[in-house]
Ligand binder design. Structure first.
Ligand SMILES: NC(=O)c1ccc[n+]([C@@H]2O[C@H](COP(=O)([O-])OP(=O)(O)OC[C@H]3O[C@@H](n4cnc5c(N)ncnc54)[C@H](OP(=O)(O)O)[C@@H]3O)[C@@H](O)[C@H]2O)c1
Length: 325
């Protein structure tokens, strides 16, 4: 008979973020920044914030002075001008200039202040329109971008290259993460600017309240999309700050996609909408599939915890509480 003997004790991997680190979360009132701030606080770190009313991050001098004065151990750059197709195509100047300026101020300011760790948040729109699916990080700069948000995507690509340049030239321990479509508490439910998931929740909820027999949605419902709860993203961000220190950006997603039709069915269930869904196939579908290859993040031990239905139900309850319903 053989007995399995325990192997030698595993050395814990030293964290690149010290316990109780002081972390400046830029954009702490946004969907991403608020979730990252919650997660860092829950893990015992000391979160530093400063709202846009007190510090416009496009102002390089004031941002540098703020970072010198507060001297954080780490920075999470989750401040950005963000918007849907409409806003991106109407205000491309603001999308490229505001984002470039925020990135220049915060990244250069953090380096000048001696900040050791910095996580820059980009977006999956940095990848070429016709990238292979699931999209690996190596697809960056291999083909033309989706024209509707080119200005925004190019600003984000400049941010990645800026981070890599600080690594190469100064040995800075700065990194980038590229999240998929996010949702969760803190999301915008404004029908003009919201992303697909909050828009669906709101449309189904309002249709149920009006007793509407049908809801009409754009396209065929066949495109496949990936969604990640923002609390899972926040956990991934903290893991990356603790464990990741390489040039390449890291995709952050759930690794699973579903059709918009399937998504609508989950949202219909969660909001108890009993009516019909009509697909307006005269409207464009967009890219047939958009899924990130998340193997690099998975290799660091990351697994999302929040199932889509559970996450949507939580987000719906959050929105109802916000409305005082
Ligand atoms: N949401 C998604 O599905 C998603 C997906 C992939 C990647 N991302 C990335 O994640 C990052 C954050 O996105 P988000 O969804 O959290 O956006 P968000 O909810 O719009 O939050 C952006 C934050 O940035 C702040 N901000 C904007 N301009 C500023 C300025 N000039 N000075 C100071 N603060 C400023 C905003 O301040 P106010 O509160 O004052 O407006 C807000 O708190 C972005 O880089 C985005 O590309 C998001």
């Amino acid at each position: 008979m053989t007995t399995d003997l325990p192997g030698p004790p595993q050395e814990p991997v030293p964290s690149l973020l010290r316990p109780g680190a002081r972390v400046f979360v830029a954009g702490h009132r946004g969907l991403v920044g608020s979730a990252v701030a919650r997660r860092l606080t829950a893990e015992g770190h000391d979160v530093i914030t400063c709202g846009r009313d007190r510090l416009d991050l496009r102002d390089a001098e004031r941002t540098a002075a703020f970072l010198r004065r507060t001297h954080p151990d780490a920075v999470v750059l989750a401040a950005a001008r963000v918007g849907g197709i409409m806003a991106n195509s109407t205000y491309p100047v603001q999308f490229i200039e505001d984002n470039l300026r925020i990135q220049l101020s915060v990244i250069a300011g953090a380096h000048a202040a001696g900040t050791e760790r910095l996580l820059f948040l980009g977006s999956s729109c940095i990848y070429p329109k016709l990238a292979p699916q699931p999209i690996p990080e190596s697809a960056l700069l291999t083909g033309p971008l989706e024209p509707t948000n080119e200005a925004y995507a190019l600003a984000k690509i400049a941010g990645i290259v800026q981070i890599q340049s600080y690594r190469h030239q100064y040995g800075a321990s700065y990194i980038s993460a590229m999240p998929t479509n996010l949702y969760g508490p803190g999301d915008s439910f404004d029908l003009e600017t919201s992303h697909v998931l909050p828009a669906l929740i709101r449309r189904f909820h309002e249709a149920r309240h009006r007793g509407a027999p049908a809801v009409t949605l754009w396209g065929s419902g066949n495109p496949r999309r990936e969604f990640l709860h923002v609390d899972d993203l926040a956990a991934a961000c903290v893991l990356l700050l603790e464990r990741y220190d390489e040039d390449a950006p890291v995709n952050v997603g759930s690794g699973e996609d579903l059709t918009i039709r399937e998504l609508a069915s989950v949202v219909g269930d969660v909001t108890s909408y009993q009516g019909e869904v009509v697909w307006d196939t005269a409207k464009p579908d967009g890219t047939p599939r958009k899924l990130l290859d998340v193997s690099r993040l998975a290799a660091l031990g990351f697994k999302p915890r929040i199932a889509l239905r559970e996450g949507i139900a939580g987000t719906y309850s959050w929105w109802l509480r916000q409305r005082g319903a």
